[in-house]
Design a protein around this ligand. Structure first.
Ligand code: NAD
Length: 395
């Protein structure tokens, strides 16, 4: 079958298996070019391992420090004549490359919020890996079925307390328009925290501790975002930001738990705004990313997920000295994004952007090509007119 992109709003409903494999290889090559991460992790669980920041974490652990990895993700597998979601093909490519390099790579495709997937993960870790020394929690999900109550919580991306009006861009059509989003109600705030907050991360860590599957000195990290004032009403001070506050609450409790396990640690890393399937669904943020990319590329400081995570591992987590925390106890790998000169340039460009000058004022072209690459399209060296088998089993 010849596989072409089919974009519907902020998703692409097809994915290209060889294109995804090429995207993975680029990330592996990057990590290997940067050289080994001394004293890196050896036995790693990545929850949300198939795309975006979790995928980059898995690749950095495996190919930067030779770690065994277990990846948990929730992807639609391929079928006869039907493509999978890209994370399925990504995970196949990572697994093949890791095993070719002699590294253990296990996968569990299912609902990470469920007791069943946690039980299966513990079994695989006990059987195949031994105690875990790094747990990366990198889920981005629109819903969570609570494992104890059965209630289905749905997250919303809304402001809190007041409505929010700003510019946004339809990245597919290239239209800049104004958007007004009404504030969330109490139930929506609680639901978003139930999905994107820290309760599930704590459940994972308690399950690992109870099963005695945490190595002495184990580390756990979850990812967050803060960003510039222009996005605060919808992000930092909105429903997702409140959920991230709960993630920070959980990080302190998990840190205390890990301290009892041979002086381990848990923390939040605040990462850069990047094109991923999760961020493309947030109003206003894609316009911000398009402006940010233009400025950071011109300055030579632009990074993608793999550059961010390789830098997090090499210069913070495993550099042989203590983590550098901000005033609130978070690691900031968004430091280059938040530099005053970068943010001043965003603030200057933001009010001037219109549909007519979008291409000149922002890196919308870069945004779009990055978005297509998430689905395996636009990679060099791939013949997109050639027949390719969409149905690929997990190895
Ligand atoms: P993403 O959409 O690329 O990845 C989400 C991952 O979660 C995928 O592996 C997916 O399969 C998995 N997943 C979703 N629901 C699941 C479920 N029920 N069970 C098992 N797996 C499930 O997202 P991302 O942008 O890489 O986000 C990861 C984390 O990084 C989030 O906490 C996000 O807030 C944070 N972050 C993202 C950005 C950004 O700009 N993209 C910036 C800073 C922080």
């Amino acid at each position: 079958m010849v596989i072409k992109p089919k974009v519907r709003g902020f998703v692409c409903v097809t994915a290209h298996p060889t294109g995804c494999a090429a995207h993975i290889q680029e990330q592996i090559d990057y990590v290997q070019r940067k050289g080994p991460i001394k004293n890196g992790p050896k036995s790693v669980l990545v929850i949300g391992a198939s795309t975006g920041y979790g995928l980059a974490s898995r690749i950095t652990a495996a190919f930067g420090s030779g770690a065994k990895t277990l990846g948990i993700f929730f992807e639609r597998p391929s079928e006869e004549g039907r493509t999978a979601t890209p994370g399925w093909y990504n995970s196949i490519a990572v697994t093949n490359a890791a095993r070719a390099a002699g590294l253990y790579a296990g996968n569990l495709n299912g609902d990470a919020f469920s007791d069943d997937i946690k039980r299966q993960a513990l079994e695989m870790i006990a059987r195949d890996m031994g105690p875990i020394d790094l747990v990366v929690y990198s889920l981005a999900s629109p819903r969570r079925t609570h494992p104890k109550t059965g209630v289905v919580h749905k997250s919303v991306l809304k402001p809190v307390g007041k409505s929010f009006s700003n510019k946004t861009v339809d990245t597919d059509k290239g239209l800049v328009s104004d958007i007004t989003i009404e504030p969330a109600n109490e139930a929506e705030i609680a639901d978003t925290t139930a999905v994107m907050g820290g309760e599930d991360w704590e459940m994972w860590m308690n399950a690992l501790a109870d099963a005695k599957l945490l190595a002495p000195g184990a580390t756990s990290v979850a990812y967050s975002y803060i960003g510039p004032a222009v996005t605060w009403d919808i992000y930092k001070n909105g429903t997702i930001g409140l959920a991230k506050n709960d993630l920070e609450r959980a990080s302190k409790r998990i840190d205390a738990l890990l301290k009892t396990h041979g002086y381990g640690r848990a923390f939040i890393s605040v990462n850069k705004a990047l094109v991923t399937q999760a961020s493309s669904a947030i109003p206003v943020v894609p316009l911000y990313i398009s402006i940010l990319y233009k400025i950071m590329k011109a300055q030579g400081t632009h990074e993608g997920c793999i550059e961010q995570i390789q830098r997090l591992f090499a210069t913070q987590m495993y550099n042989g000295s203590a983590l550098k925390f901000d005033d609130a106890g978070r690691v900031r790998i968004d430091d280059w994004e938040m530099k005053p000169d970068i943010q001043e340039a965003v603030t200057r460009i933001w009010p001037t952007v219109t549909t007519e000058n979008l291409a000149a004022q922002t890196d919308i072209a870069g945004y779009r090509s990055e978005f297509m690459r998430l689905f395996g399209f636009g990679l060099p060296g791939i013949n997109y007119d050639a027949e390719v088998e969409p149905h690929v089993p997990m190895p």
